[in-house]
Design a protein around this ligand. Structure first.
Ligand code: G1P
Length: 296
């Protein structure tokens, strides 16, 4: 039997963005822009490129701007139209999924990533689904989630995007225990959330793209807290190992942690250089500062 298609993606967007203060004091971190688009727009566009048609945003207080960004802006549109700015109208409407495709549910308390995903259970239903963390931006030829969906079509079960990180950084990630760490799709034998470098079973680390089977909700429903006092998605995934296929995918592309100031800054430079319309200006700026650094 072919693996059930992935049509739903869950986007955890309720986080406070404490690593990005003061910018995120009164603004959703998912609305931070990389060049000219907010992070959440990149996330939905990536999901659309992977064949997703149902978008579940797990949101919270103070995140209204996200809903507005995926709505029509009649006054703005009418004004632009009256001024003959058709290209600008397209820029604010082209990325919108069809009416009714986006669903919002609130995570009332910040109890962790696992809890956020659990809040989507009624909307995700009984089918396998994807999870996309908008903080993790992946610049790639093929959308990162599409790479995951393609691998899922052969492997089935559960999958997470993984990359090698310096051993010193394992305490920032979920880390794989695997018998074949050099494989493109390493089999997952164990998962540890944020291990200390000396305790990490490998350096292969999870980044925020997942394909999960609906049984994950039973595990999440136990509401067991662990690292940081939070309900961790990693723990619930670990409980599925052995019961269902579970693989990592070394994706093609470069990942930027846009939940941090340094990662976001790097993403802006990389995305500007990758955009034909921005490349020349961005390269000139980078060269100017590089020359200044060389003189230091
Ligand atoms: C979460 C997950 C972690 C994963 C990381 C990727 O951690 O719990 O397993 O490696 O996302 O970005 P967070 O960054 O939310 O602390």
């Amino acid at each position: 039997m072919p693996n059930a298609p992935i049509r739903t993606a869950v986007f955890p967007v309720a986080g406070y963005g404490t690593r990005f203060l003061p910018a995120t004091k009164a603004m959703a971190k998912e609305m931070l822009t990389v060049v000219d688009k907010p992070l959440i727009q990149y996330g939905l566009e990536e999901a659309m490129a992977a064949g997703i048609t149902r978008f579940v945003l797990v949101t919270g207080r103070g995140k209204q701007a996200i809903e507005d960004h995926f709505d029509l802006a009649y006054e703005l549109q009418a004004t632009l139209k009256a001024r003959g700015k058709e290209a600008a109208v397209a820029e604010i409407t082209d990325y919108l999924p069809p009416p009714g495709a986006i669903h919002y549910v609130r995570q009332r308390e910040a109890l962790g990533l696992g809890h956020a995903v659990w809040c989507a259970r009624e909307l995700a239903g009984e089918a396998p689904f994807a999870v996309v963390s908008p903080d993790d931006l992946v610049l790639s030829r093929t959308a990162c989630l599409k790479q995951l969906v393609d691998a899922y079509e052969t492997l089935g079960g559960n999958l997470t995007a993984v990359m090698d990180v310096p051993r010193a950084d394992t305490a920032r990630y979920g880390v794989l225990a695997t018998p074949d760490p050099d494989s493109r799709t390493p089999r997952v034998d164990g998962l540890v959330e944020k291990p200390a470098p000396e305790a990490a079973p490998s350096t292969l680390s999870i980044i925020g793209r997942y394909i999960l089977q609906p049984e994950i909700f039973e595990e999440l429903g136990r509401h067991e807290r662990s690292v940081g006092g939070e309900i961790q998605l990693t723990d619930a995934m670990a409980a599925l190992i052995g019961r269902q296929p579970f693989h990592g995918l070394r994706f093609e592309g470069e990942r930027f942690d846009c939940g941090t100031k340094d990662g976001w800054l790097a993403a802006n430079i990389a995305y500007a250089l990758a955009d034909p319309a921005r490349r020349a200006a961005a390269a000139a700026t980078v060269r100017r500062f590089a020359a200044e650094l060389d003189r230091d």
